[in-house]
Design a protein around this ligand. Structure first.
Ligand code: CO
Length: 251
């Protein structure tokens, strides 16, 4: 069952999203060579709690931090730590979740540390563009997999590996709800989108092969060929006539 959110619930999720956006902007300003992923995590938790909210990821199935900080060949779920410091030329994906008054917001973005290679820059750009191609298909009457297909079709010509073992998801009272939102596949499959549904769309795109593995810490997902990976995620509300990108900064 896919939950349909009431106007009140949508407003709570908008509040959670605002806190998430503030947190993302605070972290963006800190992304420079020399900073540890732990420092980003500490700051994120501070900002989130300053609004009376809670980091969604902390203790989620035992996850030990407030954010995921995934550098270069780490695809997702990189655990912040004191040893790992950002270096010029790195790309880092930061995944953030905020739980406020009973509802979650979830979003991720990949950032450049100083000057990065053209190949990393293009990977980041295409990943974000693919997210927006998916978002364009997020409207009432479309099937969930119309999003999936749009993402895959956009990425394919670049020859990148689309990660298949992790997916987007519904969201609301729970961080992960139905439906699953794949980043590949044929269109016209899966549930039909309806106003009031809230979903997270999150392509994870590898410069090389799509193959990934989980490290022995049980969380860190890396590319098996050690090539870099990018991740972009927004939380979307399906509206009467299209969608609202809840976790996007309002211009
Ligand atoms: Co997510």
């Amino acid at each position: 069952m896919i939950s349909i959110k009431s106007e009140h619930e949508i407003n709570m999720m908008r509040e959670a999203s605002k806190i998430l956006i503030e947190t993302r902007e605070a972290l963006r300003d800190m992304i420079k060579p020399g900073i540890s992923t732990r420092a980003l995590d500490v700051r994120a938790e501070e900002v989130i709690r300053s609004y009376g909210a809670v980091p969604s990821f902390k203790d989620y199935e035992g996850y030990p931090a407030s954010i995921c900080a995934s550098i270069n060949h780490v695809v997702i779920h990189g655990i912040p730590n004191d040893q790992e410091k950002l270096k010029e030329g790195d790309i880092i994906s930061i995944d953030l979740g905020v739980f406020y008054k009973g509802y979650h917001a979830d979003s991720a973005a990949t950032f450049a540390v100083g000057e990065i290679s053209n190949e990393k820059a293009q990977l980041m750009k295409v990943t974000e563009e693919a997210l927006f191609k998916g978002i364009e298909m997020a409207m009432p009457g479309n099937h969930v997999s119309d999003i999936s297909h749009a993402i895959e079709s956009y990425i394919k010509p670049y020859g990148y590996g689309i990660v298949e073992t992790f997916t987007g998801h519904g969201i609301g009272r729970q961080l992960h709800e139905e439906p699953q939102v794949l980043n590949y596949g044929p269109k016209g499959q899966g549930p039909i989108l309806r106003p009031g549904m809230t979903i997270c769309i999150e392509p994870m795109v590898n410069l090389g092969s799509k193959n990934v593995k989980v490290l022995s810490d049980g969380w860190t997902v890396v590319t098996t060929d050690k090539k870099p990976s990018a991740h972009a995620e927004h939380m979307i509300l399906i509206t009467q006539d299209g969608h609202e990108i809840m976790t996007k900064k309002k211009e």
